[in-house]
Design a protein around this ligand. Structure first.
Ligand code: FES
Length: 104
């Protein structure tokens, strides 16, 4: 059962942006890529770095602490195929961004 939590206004996050947010008890990394939105667990699985404060290039975010890279659409680590980071569904309604905090 989806549990949609409003996390942001879309107008505050232009395409190409990444941001760290809190939704209930989770730290969420929200990404706006062209006209699409994605969300990952905001805590990097390496050593806990803030993925929402990483650098976003296309669909790839680079963790600001040690440079691990993830595809924000799939959660796939870019060099370790076995590692897939937790992702969340995102929707935009009436200019507001919602994240389903139930893990996909
Ligand atoms: S904490 Fe993210 S790469 Fe090390």
């Amino acid at each position: 059962m989806p549990r949609w939590i409003r996390v942001a206004s879309a107008a505050d996050h232009p395409a190409g942006s990444a941001v760290e947010l809190v939704a209930e008890d989770r730290i969420i990394a929200l990404f706006h890529v062209d006209d699409r939105w994605f969300a990952l667990d905001g805590v990097c699985p390496h050593q806990g770095g803030p993925l929402g404060k990483g650098t976003l290039q296309g669909c790839i975010v680079t963790c600001p602490w040690h440079g691990w890279q993830f595809d924000v659409e799939s959660g796939q680590h870019q060099t370790t195929t076995a590692a897939v980071h937790t992702k969340f569904a995102v929707k935009v309604e009436d200019g507001e961004v919602y994240v389903d905090v139930d893990i996909e």
